[in-house]
Write a protein that binds this ligand. Sequence first.
Ligand code: NDP
Ligand code: 2IT
Length: 446
Amino acid sequence: MNKYVEAVLEQTKRKNSEQVEFIQAVTEVFESIAPVVERHKKYQDHAILERIVEPERGIIFRVPWQDDKGRFQVNRGFRIQFNSALGPYKGGLRFHPSVNLSIIKFLGFEQIFKNSLTTLPMGGGKGGSDFDPKGKSDNEVMRFCQSFVTELYRHVGADTDVPAGDIGVGGREVGFMFGQYKRIVNESTGVLTGKGLKWGGSLIRSEATGYGAVYFAQEMLTKRGDSMKGKVCAVSGSGNVAQYTVEKINQLGGKVVTLSDSNGTIYDAAGITEEKLAFIMDLKNVRRARIKEYADKYGAQYKEGERPWSVKCDCAFPSATQNEISGEDAKVLVKNGCRLVAEGANMPTDPDGVEVFLKNKVLFGPGKAANAGGVATSGLEMSQNSMRLAWTRAEVDQRLSLIMKSIHENAYAASAEYGDAGNYVLGANIAGFVKVADSMIDQGLV
Ligand code: NDP
Ligand code: 2IT
């Protein structure tokens, strides 16, 4: 690796030694961009790497709230405003007990390059809390969200920082947060995306991440004269991203045989049809229950405590969480015939797994490219909010599909330029980085 890249990576590891996921994300990007930095001395001259790993601003705050029994509870809130070179900070909020500074920084760092790839003017940020929405009543979730925004509101704004959903944050939570923001600031603006369709949300935003991941897979296949038709697919997770991944795979003639949650995996060899998907959407979005019920209802196989990666499939769409595919999992997938992986989740494949896929010439769409459809459509929601009008479903879907096409093209072109055509990890990192780094140089030492 280039000496400058190596030195900044070592320094980043030293300064953030406990932030394992953050270091993992930085290492991957730095390995990809080393040849760019080698070729163009300006990045070293402008200390771009030292600056890009340091968030512009980070806010950590107390979130006190009261549960239904009247007891006082306290969680920790985060918002990392990582990079504004391309536009207002933009990125989701995650509510999950595993949330800590390392998780939010890894997600915020990835978001910088992902947002750059979307072609839209958005900087990178991420936030969240170690609050666990599971088992909480709607009223408890509302009180938590209101308390969270009572601090967050002073740091965000339609032209400053625009949060959205992620794990544990969907339409319900965005609604409660938007309501509280409006109440405090007395302004109705597009301060959050993923809003309800009746109050400023965009058509297709709910669908966008899952649809986008499948559009990206389709692009990788089309380039090789192939298509999604007849492909047997393993999908993990059963939340927002997983659900709309299944819907789009079905629409394009593929078949999905797995879904999962943190308790286990269901395997349905007959395929998760539209009707079965409707059951899952009610199970997960309304009743907020466990995926095991699917197996009970449809007589499918349930594998307690397991992830989907041991099944025979042509394509895998990891759509749950980080590091859910290990090197061993990747080997099993390859052995069972898997030829394509599109990451709906953020960093779901660990570094050993990525190496296995790349070595075996699996078509591998890394999260920052493959799942960029969600934030891209958030960007389209921001545009509609600024214009105070709403585009049709067909218009937004067409823009999303074009954006995924251009992300694929740009990542492919960058991979070819740097001598490894079709390595989308390399291509996405390079294409995402160059735009941000050049913009930072243009804007002076900040
Ligand atoms: P949801 O909260 O809607 O669903 C998350 C799903 O993943 C659930 O099935 C959940 O199971 C499972 N899951 C979460 N954490 C774990 C874990 N530690 N181990 C096993 N399973 C887990 O979130 P989303 O669908 O929105 O997000 C899924 C992934 O996609 C995340 O990586 C997110 O960062 C990424 N992403 C999301 C975007 C969006 O627009 N929403 C955009 C781009 C990426 P359980 O219910 O048991 O917790
Ligand atoms: O990881 C992601 O890109 C998201 N959770 C979506 C962020 C957004 O602002 O829509």
